[in-house]
Design a protein around this ligand. Structure first.
Ligand code: UDP
Length: 364
């Protein structure tokens, strides 16, 4: 059977790496499975794309649709046009999409309209926040998906209550954690480690790129000031997402202990997280990684589509609620942060389970 795998943005690359590795392994072992990799070009910056292909040993894409930047609608339209041609030229048995980015939704729609089955990895998660473009991508994708691969029992129940059939929902765990576990022995000290004289457990890592936090300069600068003030002079390392960089160029937001750096490669970034005293973020994937690495994680969002990172992991949602922010920093500085518990099936073997299910569906 032939699978077309779609990836368009940084978190997608981290999710497809172990799936591709598993397909190659099965193929070598004689299973009738092959794949074609489509890069939509949604993220095209070297630091957000090429670096991940190199570091995570992802093969070069068979095609790059090269959509590049644009509004949500422009990118969606361009991806759909490119992917429609791709499917016409390269027939496939299954289109596999991961995560919740524009490429996920756009390619799922095109596949479904071409009567090709769609598999969604990381299906069923919901933040309930319809202002997040990702939430719309999740809902649309899941409404037309044929095979759902979920990270939690809650995600599976959500799909069931939305009308998906039990026999098409597979609780398999988390592919992000496959990549994390595979790369833990390979982490590398980033070049900024010595440049900034960083010391183990004596700095924080910050990432912010969600529109709700960075699109308004006023609220973004207020949030940065607050984080700096609460950090009591401890260095904060901030790998800046290109989306965030756009607003920073207009602003003089300098603080003695805040160090802006470029987006890091995966092995350097996870190294930074693992050695840090804590992480401040609005990313979803980072809350999962911090939880498994048992690193305190403060999330500057009001909701999460990954509640297990709060209930079992090390994540705490604070949004912009000053009371919650004060409590979080008190816990952090008094070393009272909760310990991460194991999260069911986040064990490094998720890709193996996904490919076994797909082979079962297609080969019986
Ligand atoms: N990441 C990285 N370098 C960075 C920042 C993040 O490798 O400088 C990785 C991080 O470890 C996680 C993923 O990128 O695996 C998260 O991506 P992002 O925050 O863009 O997406 P989200 O999780 O919010 O969808």
């Amino acid at each position: 059977m032939k699978i077309t795998i779609v990836a368009g943005a940084r978190p997608n690359f981290i999710k497809i790496a172990p799936i591709i590795l598993e397909i190659k392994k099965r193929k070598k072992g004689g299973d009738p499975i092959s794949f074609r990799l489509v890069h939509t070009g949604q993220h095209y910056d070297k630091n957000l794309s090429d670096t991940f292909f190199e570091e995570l040993n992802i093969p070069d894409p068979d095609i790059n649709l090269n959509v590049q930047s644009g509004s949500q609608a422009e990118q969606t339209g361009a991806i759909m046009q490119g992917f429609e041609k791709e499917l016409q030229n390269n027939p496939t048995d299954l289109v596999l999409v991961v995560g919740d980015v524009t490429s996920t939704m756009a390619c799922a729609i095109v596949a479904k309209k071409a009567h090709i089955k769609v598999a969604h990895v990381e299906a069923g998660i919901r933040s309930g926040d319809m202002k997040m473009p990702e939430e719309i991508n999740r809902i649309v994708t899941d409404s037309i998906t044929d095979y759902f691969f979920t990270t939690s029992n809650l995600a599976s129940s959500t799909l069931l209550s939305n009308g998906a059939l039990d026999e098409n929902i597979f609780f398999v765990g988390n592919v992000m954690i496959d990549t994390l576990m595979k790369n833990l022995p390979l982490l590398k000290e980033p070049t900024i480690w010595s440049q900034l004289s960083l010391q183990k457990k004596e700095y924080f890592v910050l990432t912010l790129h969600r529109p709700s936090n960075v699109d308004s300069l006023d609220s973004f600068s207020e949030l940065l000031k607050l984080i700096v003030e609460k950090s009591e002079g401890i260095p904060i390392v901030f790998p800046v997402h290109p989306r965030t960089q756009k607003i920073l160029t207009d602003a003089a937001l300098t603080f003695d202990n805040l160090h802006y750096i470029s987006p890091q490669g995966y092995k350097s970034f996870i190294y930074l997280i693992q050695q840090s005293k804590g992480v401040f973020t609005d990313s979803g994937g980072i809350t999962e990684e911090a939880s498994i690495l048992n690193i305190p994680c403060i999330t500057f969002r009001d909701s999460t589509e990954r509640p297990e990172t709060c209930e079992l992991g090390t994540n705490m949602l604070v949004g912009n609620d000053l009371n919650k922010i004060n409590i979080a920093f008190d816990h952090l500085f008094s070393s009272q942060w909760k310990k991460g518990q194991p999260i069911p099936l986040w064990d490094g073997n998720t890709s193996e389970r996904i490919i076994s299910h797909i082979l079962n569906i297609y080969e019986g």
